[in-house]
Design a protein around this ligand. Structure first.
Ligand code: NAP
Length: 313
């Protein structure tokens, strides 16, 4: 039984690391498995200035490293591996990675979701330098500037309204001539005189040496290309891509309850439909995907996993 962990946590983003801190501090034998670098999405965030208490020197990598160290100091073990298969029904659960096999009594899934990308030329090169996937995180960096919001769903339109607090002008770019967002949200956007709309339009290319200096659009009806250059006094323009998320639930589809959009369904105690299996962070069906909500999920999942393991041990 020596090699059986009390809890295995999949994913070392804020949700997984928070779960690791709580589980290890409660003296659970804890293993955190991460396929890449710890930190999840915040690893690529230059500043996390909306996480309470993290004003100074709070870059994503710094915050993730601190969380990882904290989990390690409480005794959590870390392994770098990519999970390919899971057997989670029995009391002893088995997780198979490409480098090894791991066993535990409880599992916390915190493997997150990735924002969908446009896939156009210049997008990848400008991530964090004008291209953002999170208005809540990066909106304040565009105070007094012009920004584009790509997408026509609830998230895009709500975040466009949010961005008017900072930006001088917000231009919603949507591939059709009608928004997908709820009517009530649309109405607010149509009434906001800082918001303009570019319908039947997709981003073809994002240009700029360092920051984004211009964006090339393609008309989805006529195929015509137009280049929007940043106002010379601004020099730069922001591009917020809000076209949905892809949860990392590919290998879980057959073994756990997942909603129509691919997110894991949990109750408020982070329990899934499988006994002893919890989910935390962006992989859950939830209204706000932020560090602050991810760490909260992680803490709850760990406390619930601890109670479960105590019951079955
Ligand atoms: P969504 O509802 O799936 O909308 C995605 C939007 O992006 C759609 O307008 C879609 O265009 C567009 N899009 C998708 N792929 C694209 C591409 N490759 N290029 C250009 N445009 C593309 O996603 P979401 O807005 O992130 O919302 C996700 C879920 O969260 C929804 O269920 C939503 O209701 C919910 N949500 C709710 C609230 C709220 O209630 N306050 C706030 C945020 C999110 P098409 O319309 O042409 O498909």
């Amino acid at each position: 039984m020596k090699d059986i962990y009390d809890v295995i946590i999949l994913g070392a983003g804020p949700a997984g690391l928070s779960a690791g801190i709580y589980a290890a501090r409660a003296k659970m034998k804890t293993l955190i498995i991460e396929k890449g670098v710890p930190g999840g999405l915040i690893f690529t965030t230059s500043e996390v200035d909306n996480y309470p208490g993290s004003m100074e020197n709070a870059t994503g990598p710094v915050l993730s490293e601190r969380m990882k160290q904290q989990a390690e100091e409480f005794g959590a073990e870390f392994v770098t591996d990519e999970i390919i298969k899971m057997d989670i029904i029995d009391d002893i659960k088995s997780v198979e990675g490409s480098l090894g096999q791991y066993k535990s009594r409880a599992i916390i899934i915190a493997t997150g979701a990735v924002p969908k990308t446009i896939g156009c030329k210049g997008e990848k090169e400008h991530i964090g330098q004008g291209v953002s996937y999170c208005a809540t995180c990066d909106g304040s960096f565009y105070s007094g500037l012009e920004v584009f919001v790509v997408g026509g769903g609830d998230a895009a339109v709500e975040e466009a309204i949010f961005l008017t607090r900072f930006a001088r002008k917000v231009m919603i770019v949507h591939r059709r001539d009608e928004l997908r967002a709820a009517k009530s949200i649309q109405d607010k956007a149509f009434k906001n005189d800082k918001i303009e709309f570019r319908f039947n339009s997709v981003v073809e290319e994002i240009r700029g040496d360092g920051a984004v200096e211009s964006v090339v659009f393609k008309d989805t009806v006529t195929g015509e290309l137009t280049e929007y250059k940043a106002n010379p006094e601004d020099g730069i323009v922001g591009v917020f891509v809000l076209i949905g998320y892809t949860p990392n639930t590919e290998i879980l589809k057959e073994i756990i309850a997942i909603d129509a959009s691919g997110y894991i369904v949990t109750d408020e105690r982070m329990a899934t439909n499988v006994k002893g299996v919890y989910a935390a962070g962006d992989i859950r069906d939830k209204p706000l995907r932020q560090v602050v909500t991810a760490v909260s999920d992680g803490a709850i999942a760990a406390v619930e996993a601890e109670k479960y393991v105590d019951r079955i041990k």
